[in-house]
Design a protein around this ligand. Structure first.
Ligand code: NAD
Length: 328
């Protein structure tokens, strides 16, 4: 079988090679993302596997893929709000994601950044850049004395709960789905309680109509002014201007962001100064904000699983089978 894989990362290449050797299938790798301009590259292939934070909403992409005889699009991501599921279905294309390639990868990044904020490391580094080695004013709290509130206790929120619990924190969570397996690690409550009672608020919901901007000015006002807000999920869950205002007005103590609303900046590239949005610059300059470029997923385990699970799905569907990861 001939498969085309878009937006291939250097770190994915060894895993692609060993998958090819194991299965006898051939993967053609391109650096491009899937767009109306690059869709023609998929002509002549039996399967397609992509990974990108940019939207794939233009109907022409789905129409062309169907006209080339493709039956599926595999997205090597958890989130799939970048696609138009109706267009995929209309054109007979099965869309799959990878719902759990390594929830721990993202959970560990969130915990790491929360600890960075709790221990005032950004403030200490700012002082040290000015050759100031004073401690005064930067006394920390300890994680096992704190309450962590999780919004969305799915794969990643659940993994986060387990780590925070192991560190001795009290963990509370809000999620419309009750998962009995998480009982040893967290107590379920409502959003209001998570916002008002937590010292660390960490969000792990998908971005969908009812969660867009779920963290707005009113939500920040409900949080403790000593609370840290952690977003390793999607920038669109948060009203960015409200976040900047909450930080400037000391309504919260700090924020950790692996995602921002406009993610076009964040995909493995060297950006030009004129491409950098003002809100990014403002957040990046704050010592009580920790930012990473949508890299929470980027661990060796996650990359191996992303490659293998994704390519196995391509083969299953292209051969007329069903994948448990089908979204339509
Ligand atoms: P998941 O589907 O396992 O869990 C999401 C949970 O959110 C579910 O339990 C769901 O019931 C809950 N939920 C939905 N609406 C809610 C609401 N209004 N309030 C509270 N809970 C709600 O997904 P996951 O694997 O845990 O991933 C979560 C998100 O993390 C993904 O959708 C993706 O956007 C993001 N993500 C980010 C990275 C990264 O590298 N930064 C990598 C993977 C995933």
């Amino acid at each position: 079988m001939k498969i085309i894989m878009y937006s291939v990362l250097e770190e994915e290449k060894p895993y692609i090679k060993s998958w090819e050797e194991k299965t006898g299938n051939k993967v053609t790798q391109v650096n491009d993302m899937l767009t109306p301009e690059t869709v023609d590259l998929a002509k002549g292939f039996d399967g397609i596997d992509i990974q990108q934070t940019h939207d794939v909403k233009d109907p022409i992409v789905y129409e062309k893929l169907a006209s080339y005889g493709l039956k599926q699009i595999t997205s090597r991501t958890v989130g799939y709000e970048t696609f138009d599921l109706n267009e995929a279905t209309k054109n007979g294309l099965t869309l799959t994601n990878i719902p759990a390639y390594s929830p721990r990868a993202i959970a560990e990044m969130g915990v790491t950044q929360a600890m960075y904020l709790i221990r005032n490391i950004g403030y200490f580094q700012e002082r040290m850049d000015n050759l100031n080695f004073e401690w005064h004013g930067l006394i920390s709290r300890e994680i096992h004395d704190l309450t962590v509130g999780i919004i969305g206790a799915g794969h990643i929120g659940g993994a986060s709960a387990q780590i925070y619990k192991a560190l001795g924190a009290k963990v509370i969570a809000t999620d419309p789905v009750y998962n009995v397996e998480l009982e040893p690690y967290l107590e379920y409550t409502d959003l209001e309680t998570v916002l008002t009672q937590s010292d660390v608020v960490t969000i792990h919901t998908p971005l969908q109509d009812d969660t867009r901007n779920i963290i707005d000015a009113a939500a920040f006002k409900k949080m403790k002014n000593t609370a840290y807000f952690i977003n390793m999920a999607r920038g669109g869950l948060v009203d960015t201007q409200a976040l900047i205002d909450a930080l400037n007005n000391h309504e919260i103590a700090g924020a950790a962001l692996d995602t921002i609303a406009d993610e076009t900046l964040f995909f493995e590239k060297q950006a030009k100064p004129e491409e950098i949005p003002e809100d990014y610059k403002e957040l990046r300059a704050m010592p009580n904000v920790s930012m990473t470029p949508h890299s929470a997923f980027f661990t060796n385990k996650a990359i191996k699983n992303i490659v293998e699970i994704g390519l196995n799905d391509v083969v299953t569907i292209a051969n007329g089978g069903k994948s448990p990861h089908a979204l339509n």
